[in-house]
Design a protein around this ligand. Structure first.
Ligand SMILES: Cn1cc(-c2ccnc(-n3ncc4cc(C(C)(C)C)cc(F)c4c3=O)c2CO)cc(Nc2ccncn2)c1=O
Length: 272
């Protein structure tokens, strides 16, 4: 039996961590030792067979800024997805609750963006598309460690409200023009979403395009109107966001290029 296949008998379930797209996620223990997060799939929420095929490849994606997929228990239903545990929950809630402490010296905010960028550069290098990058889909561990989570799972969601670009759960505010118009996902639509994530970080977890409804957001985005610079965001950082929001996907930077630009800002220990 491959390492990535986990027997349900190896899992001890503990407190719930919240409910995600596929059902309840709990804190758990693997072989009575390693703290893990366990997603117990809600019936009919996921295209399970397709996911199980892909899971083996996904366990091979390993990076310090990726939430590690340890394996899947699928011999008995419901299937359970077992991942690394991140003690401080999702980045969006973390920014809203702890953002004040981070905002005094802006370097923690730049550092969080850098960590997500490194995790995404690794995915880009492996030709893997996230499809739903946003602060809510990143997780925070100890010492402001940030990791990208649930990458690629969007392909297995069965809820049309989420998968259809006109559905009520579709992440419109993180979608690039070509995703809105043609559902064309790529690393170039991931870098667009990364620009939105940077805006979330520098607004300490605000929702993008505040008080705009879906139609207005689609109109703005397709007409090339961008989010304004957040007040605590340095101009050098805002210039990176605007590169990610180029209408033409080919004119957007790679995650590698953005990673280098962020590192340049960190080295110069930018001062406005
Ligand atoms: C690994 N992990 C997962 C979670 C956790 C809990 C509930 N829902 C989720 N989510 N959140 C989002 C999510 C999104 C998707 C898309 C396909 C991309 C739409 C698919 C999912 F399956 C999930 C999921 O399961 C997560 C994220 O997978 C929380 C953790 N930690 C804490 C710590 C303290 N308080 C709360 N959570 C943790 O360490």
């Amino acid at each position: 039996q491959d390492k990535w296949e986990i027997q349900s008998t190896e899992l001890t379930l503990m407190k719930p961590l919240g409910s995600g797209q596929f059902g309840v996620v709990r804190l758990g223990k693997l072989q009575g030792r390693t703290l893990v997060a366990v997603k117990t799939m809600r019936e009919g929420s996921m295209c399970e067979d397709d996911f199980i095929q892909e899971a083996k490849t996904m366990t091979k994606l390993q990076h310090p800024n990726q939430v590690q997929l340890y394996g899947v228990s699928f011999k008995d239903r419901p299937i359970q997805i077992v991942t690394e545990y991140m003690c401080n929950g999702n980045l969006s809630s973390y920014l809203r609750s702890k953002g004040r402490e981070l905002a005094d010296d802006r370097s923690p905010l730049v550092d969080m963006c850098h960590q997500v960028c490194c995790g995404m550069e690794y995915l880009e290098r492996n030709k893997f598309i996230h499809r739903d990058l946003a602060a809510r889909n990143c997780l925070v561990g100890e010492h402001n460690i940030v990791k990208v989570s649930d990458f690629g799972l969007a392909r297995y969601v069965l809820d049309d409200e989420y998968t259809s670009s006109t559905g009520s759960k579709f992440p419109i505010k993180w979608a690039s023009p070509e995703v809105l118009e043609f559902s064309r996902f790529s690393s170039k639509s991931d870098i667009w979403a990364f620009g939105i994530l940077m805006w979330e970080v520098f607004t300490l977890g605000k929702t993008p395009y505040p008080n705009l409804n879906t139609t207005d957001v689609v109109r703005q985005v397709t007409h090339g109107k961008h989010l304004d610079r957040p007040q605590r965001c340095p101009h050098a950082v805002y210039r990176i966001m605007k590169q990610c929001w180029e209408k033409d996907p080919l004119r957007r930077p790679t995650f590698k290029e953005v990673q280098v630009q962020i590192e340049d800002i960190q080295e110069k220990d930018y001062c406005e």
